[in-house]
Ligand binder design. Structure first.
Ligand SMILES: Cc1ncc(C[n+]2csc(CCOP(=O)(O)OP(=O)(O)O)c2C)c(N)n1
Ligand SMILES: [Mg+2]
Length: 164
């Protein structure tokens, strides 16, 4: 699925009082460009130190702080694998939140900063990540329907994890 289509569809379905939680990666900039936010504090991200791994636990925090409105996390596959097991906390507490994983198989924000000036990548290609397996291990739901899209750089997928 293209990022533009993903964010347009997300915006259509999100109520104005939702909280969107980002991580650090290419999706951060895509969200800044493509996802209008309709209330103050409706978007949070790790702006102080840009620390990867922020999204999943921060989405849990956002949902605990505002239990009556939706909390949605958007995270890259590199950052997701840093703190994904926190989903077990979300399921144990029956919080009901959604995490979308931008699954492009690399630490893309860094990979492109290597590839553009040096024409090579170093230590930024990721091994396989079984997101459905993570969902199963933590008690989260993983939708059966997934769309794939191919961009110029890599085969990218956007997968949603629903925790309820
Ligand atoms: C803890 C931590 N380590 C390293 C970085 C440097 N860094 C910034 S973005 C990024 C890659 C993120 O990869 P991914 O989550 O897959 O997102 P993508 O850029 O592929 O969309 C890295 C390694 C960081 N911000 N935080
Ligand atoms: Mg990535």
């Amino acid at each position: 699925m293209s990022p533009a289509r993903f964010f347009a569809s997300l915006r259509r379905q999100l109520p104005d009082d939702a909280t969107v939680v980002l991580d650090d990666g290419n999706h951060t900039f895509l969200a800044a460009e493509l996802l209008p936010i309709h209330r103050p504090r409706g978007l949070i991200s790790p702006t102080d130190f840009n620390c990867m791994g922020y999204c999943v636990p921060a989405t849990i925090g956002a949902k605990l702080a505002r239990p009556d409105s939706p909390a949605v996390g958007i995270v890259g596959d590199g950052a997701f694998r840093m703190t994904a097991m926190e989903l077990a906390t979300a399921t144990a507490q029956e919080l009901g939140l959604v995490v979308f994983v931008f699954n492009d198989g690399e630490l893309a924000q860094i990979a492109q900063a290597q590839e553009i000036p040096y024409n090579r990548k170093t230590c930024t290609v990721l091994g396989p990540l079984d997101i459905a397996g993570v969902a199963q291990a933590t008690g989260a739901k993983f939708p059966a329907h997934r769309e794939r899209w191919r961009d110029r750089r890599s085969d990218s997928r956007c997968a949603g994890l629903r925790q309820s």
